[in-house]
Design a protein around this ligand. Structure first.
Ligand SMILES: Cc1ncc(COP(=O)(O)O)c(C=O)c1O
Length: 387
C-alpha cells in the first residue's frame, strides 16, 4: 500500500511524473532511480522479515514504478507486468469458473482473443455490450456478474463509457469495475476517482512512450484487492523486469509534456481529416460531434492522441497506410512517433470478420496514433498518403 503521507500527494501530476514516488533513491540519492539488476537478495538471518527476497516477487526498481503508477492513478497499490496483456491476464485471474463478466464489445483484439481462447475455456462467462450505452450495460448484468470490464475510449472505435454511471451499476450488483486507461493515461483520466475498482494499462504505450519496451499495469483501490493481485503477480510470475521498469520510469518523467503535445497535434490532425474529401468519418473524443462529447468533458481533462477514421474508397488503403515519408505503418500506439495502423489485419485481426464489421472495424477503418512531431509535418505526410 502506498503511503498517503507521501509529499507527492500534495503535488500536481506534472510534478509527480517527474519525481516518481520517492523522488530519488533513498540509499544513494541517485536522481535516476537505480536499476536493481538482481534476481535474488542476501537474507540477513533465519526468520528475518525482509521486503526483497527474490525478484520475481519484489524488486526495488519495479516497486518504485508500481508506487509511481499507483500515486498517479490515486489507487492504493500498483503492479507492473511484462506486458499489457499480462496485466489483463492477472485481472481476469481474479475470477472463478461460473462467474460472469459484462465486457465492452469494442476492445483491443488481444484482450478479445484472451477472452475467447483462454477464459471461456475455463468456464468464465462473458456478455459483450456497447459501453457507450449505460442502459445496455445495466441490462447485461446477471446474478453471477462479478466484473464489468471496459476500455474508455475504446480501441479502435473511440466509444466513451460514462465511468461514474457504470460504477454505480457495478456497486449495486457487487461487481468489480475494471477500466483499461491505456488511451488517456492518468494524466487525462483517473477512473478510480470516478468509482472504478481496478485500472489497467498497456504501459507499452503512452506511459513508456518511446517504442522501446513492453509493460503493463494493474492499479487497485483497496487492501483486499492488493492481497489478491500481489499473490497473482508472484504466482503467475509475470512481473516486469528491472531494466524495463527503469525504462518506463524514465518514460513517465515526460508524460505530462508528451500528453499535452499528443493532444495538441491530434486536435489539428482530426480537424484536417474531417475536412478531407477522401475521409468518410473521423472518430476522435475531442470532436464536439462525438456522441459522448459531454461525458468526455465531464470525466477527463484531455482528449489524448488517438484518432480512428474511415476512408471512402477501400482500394486506397495501401496508399494511405504505406504512402507516408515520416508516418510509419506499424502496430502499437502512444509513442513519440506517429504510427498508422490497420485494425482489420493488425491489432484486431483475431476478431472474426462478422463481429468486427458489426462494430465498425471494416476494411476502410484506419487508426492513427498521433505523435509529438511538428503538426504541420504530420499533416503534410497525411496529405500525401490520402492523395
Ligand atoms: C487498450 C489496450 N489494452 C491492452 C493492450 C495490450 O498491451 P500490450 O501490447 O502491452 O500487451 C493493448 C495493446 O495494444 C491496448 O491497445
Amino acid at each position: 500500500m502506498i503511503d498517503k503521507n507521501n509529499k507527492q500527494f500534495t503535488r500536481k501530476a506534472d510534478s509527480v511524473v517527474v519525481h516518481g514516488y520517492q523522488g530519488c533513491d533513498p540509499l544513494t540519492g541517485a536522481i535516476s532511480y537505480p536499476i536493481y539488476q538482481t534476481s535474488t537478495y542476501k537474507n540477513p538471518g533465519l526468520n528475518s522479515n525482509i521486503q526483497f527476497s527474490y525478484s520475481r516477487c519484489d524488486n526495488p526498481t519495479r516497486f518504485e514504478l508500481e508506487n509511481t503508477i499507483a500515486l498517479l492513478e490515486n489507487g492504493t497499490a500498483g503492479y507492473a507486468f511484462a506486458s499489457g496483456l499480462a496485466a489483463v491476464t492477472a485481472t481476469f485471474s481474479l475470477l472463478k469458473s461460473g462467474e460472469h463478466v459484462v465486457v465492452s464489445d469494442d476492445i483491443y483484439g488481444g484482450s478479445y482473443r484472451q477472452i475467447e481462447e483462454l477464459w471461456k475455456n475455463f468456464g468464465v462467462e462473458f456478455t459483450a455490450v456497447d459501453v457507450g450505452d449505460t442502459a445496455a450495460v445495466k441490462a447485461a448484468v446477471r446474478p453471477n456478474t462479478k466484473m464489468i470490464y471496459l476500455e474508455s475510449p475504446t480501441n479502435p472505435m473511440m466509444k466513451v463509457a460514462d465511468i461514474a454511471a457504470i460504477a454505480e451499476i457495478s456497486k449495486a450488483c457487487g461487481a468489480l469495475l475494471v477500466v483499461d486507461n491505456t488511451f488517456l493515461t492518468p494524466y487525462f483520466q483517473k477512473p478510480i476517482e470516478l468509482g472504478a475498482d481496478i485500472v489497467i494499462h498497456s504501459g507499452t504505450k503512452f506511459l513508456a512512450g518511446h517504442h522501446d519496451t513492453t509493460a503493463g499495469f494493474v492499479v487497485v483501490n483497496n487492501e483486499a484487492l492488493e492481497k489478491r493481485m500481489g499473490l497473482i503477480l508472484r504466482t503467475e510470475g509475470s512481473g516486469l523486469a528491472p531494466f524495463d521498469s527503469w525504462l518506463v520510469l524514465r518514460g513517465i518523467k515526460t508524460l505530462a509534456l508528451r500528453m499535452k503535445r499528443h493532444e495538441e497535434n491530434a486536435i489539428k490532425v482530426a480537424a484536417f481529416l474531417k475536412n478531407h474529401p477522401a475521409v468518410e468519418k473521423v472518430y476522435f473524443v475531442g470532436d464536439k460531434e462525438h456522441p459522448s462529447f459531454d461525458v468526455t468533458m465531464k470525466q477527463t481533462t484531455g482528449f489524448g492522441g488517438m484518432i480512428s477514421f474511415s476512408i471512402k474508397d477501400a482500394s486506397k488503403v495501401e496508399q494511405v497506410l504505406c504512402g507516408g515519408d515520416m508516418i510509419m505503418f506499424a502496430e502499437s500506439l502512444g509513442g513519440t512517433a506517429t504510427l498508422i495502423t490497420y485494425p482489420q489485419t493488425q491489432t484486431h485481426a483475431s476478431i472474426p470478420a462478422e463481429v468486427r464489421n458489426k462494430i465498425g472495424i471494416t476494411d476502410r477503418l484506419i487508426r492513427l496514433s498521433v505523435g509529438i512531431e511538428d503538426a504541420e509535418d504530420i499533416i503534410a505526410d497525411l496529405t500525401k498518403m490520402l492523395s
